[in-house]
Design a protein around this ligand. Sequence first.
Ligand SMILES: NC(=O)c1ccc[n+]([C@@H]2O[C@H](COP(=O)([O-])OP(=O)(O)OC[C@H]3O[C@@H](n4cnc5c(N)ncnc54)[C@H](O)[C@@H]3O)[C@@H](O)[C@H]2O)c1
Length: 259
Amino acid sequence: MTGRLAGRTILVTGAGRGIGAALARGMAEQGAALVVTDRDEPEAAAVAQSIRDSGGHAVHARADVTDRDDVRAAIALAAAEFGRLDVCFNNAGFNEPEKFLDITEPVWDRILRVNAFGVVVGSQEAARQFIRQGTGGKIVNTASIAGRQGFPSFAPYCASKAAVISLTQAGARALAEHRITVNAFAPGVVRTPLWDKLDRDLERIGEGESGFDAMAGDIILGRPAEPEDLVPTAVFLAGPDSDYITGQVIPIEGGMVLV
Ligand SMILES: NC(=O)c1ccc[n+]([C@@H]2O[C@H](COP(=O)([O-])OP(=O)(O)OC[C@H]3O[C@@H](n4cnc5c(N)ncnc54)[C@H](O)[C@@H]3O)[C@@H](O)[C@H]2O)c1
């Protein structure tokens, strides 16, 4: 297969829908072989099937990013099916809003475990595979504008995405000696199923006016992102054109947080 990512094997977590599914499909169109992983196996299977139906290469695995054995098995599948792993996208994440004064320990723990510790596990296991192969590799994390700016009803989520940015920087310094780069992209407001639940949850806690439409209203390019808007940057970060970039966070948000 030809394309900017031909010959590369790429694993994406949380790829059963939303941003991860769009990245998997978009990178497959550029010739990459995809390992589509998600906690929700049928959704991951459907995305892998749609890639194969379009003439691409893909397998799927059920993997919860907080379960190291799951992540190891998905990476082993990449090596077994395609011979090696070249890029790991740590994309899985979720939000569960609470007003600042109402933040609870279980919600804090759940969000930080998936959004932050999940990135630790994915980065470690991908890096171990790259080191075993002796090839170097690329790790790409899904951060958020919420990691750069605190939003009052999303504090645990914001903290988790600030952690993703810190892990991107720490990982870049830790893994450079193994020819592994670690970068992130930071979406703003992207039209995905994440927002369906988030809008309902915001309504429930009396913050309905701060949902998708309100946040999208602050975007200076005048519209929210579609998941496909993120694909060109993902292709860039997964491909050879970004080889001399590490420890960086690329905002893709139509102009929301200007710093
Ligand atoms: N949608 C946005 O506006 C937006 C903005 C900035 C950042 N993000 C981030 O982008 C990433 C993808 O979000 P999305 O909007 O596509 O969400 P989504 O809810 O549409 O999709 C997320 C996927 O991740 C999976 N997932 C959740 N927890 C998991 C776990 N523990 N292990 C494995 N898979 C798990 C879900 O099953 C789902 O398929 C997340 O990290 C999110 O925080 C989204």
